[in-house]
Write a protein that binds this ligand. Structure first.
Ligand code: SF4
Length: 142
């Protein structure tokens, strides 16, 4: 055990929220995951994880149609790629509001990069035919 490990062995539990797919849970649109070994094996030694998947929590299920962020006259909206009339922006925002008490028990979050729900930066923003990489996931933004 390293000095760092031994220090943390006696610390109280530090709980952080983590996008479920990064923990290996099969919650992605295609039934897959994005398991991240660093989070599980290294951060897992020092933190307790509270798993969350906003898209599953609003009932989209697996498998599901993919979502994306588009720019509209009423702001950025999270919609289905194949049908922009299927808009889950309000549901994701409401879910984040319902989980507003979470941060009082958590010391931070690890969000899945680029997700239209979880990404805190670098997500694709569609403006008609133009795509930029400055979208923020609706849940993460809230
Ligand atoms: S909504 Fe978040 S947790 Fe769920 S699959 Fe997408 S990135 Fe992962």
């Amino acid at each position: 055990m390293s000095d760092f490990d031994s220090i943390y062995a006696h610390k109280p539990v530090i709980q952080i929220g983590v996008s479920s797919c990064l923990l290996g849970e099969k919650v992605r649109y295609d039934g897959g995951h994005k398991q991240n070994a660093y989070i599980i094996q290294t951060l897992g030694k020092y933190f307790e994880f509270k798993s969350f998947c906003p898209e599953m929590s609003i009932g989209l299920g697996v498998p599901r149609e993919t979502l994306r962020i588009i720019e509209t006259s009423s702001g950025h909206r999270c919609v289905r790629v194949i049908d922009s009339s299927f808009d889950v922006t309000d549901q994701l925002t409401q879910l984040a509001d319902e989980q507003r008490h979470w941060p009082s028990g958590l010391c931070g979050y690890v969000f899945k990069k680029g997700s239209p729900s979880c990404g805190i930066g670098g997500g694709k923003l569609y403006r008609g035919e133009h795509i930029s990489l400055d979208a923020v996931g609706v849940f993460a933004k809230r």
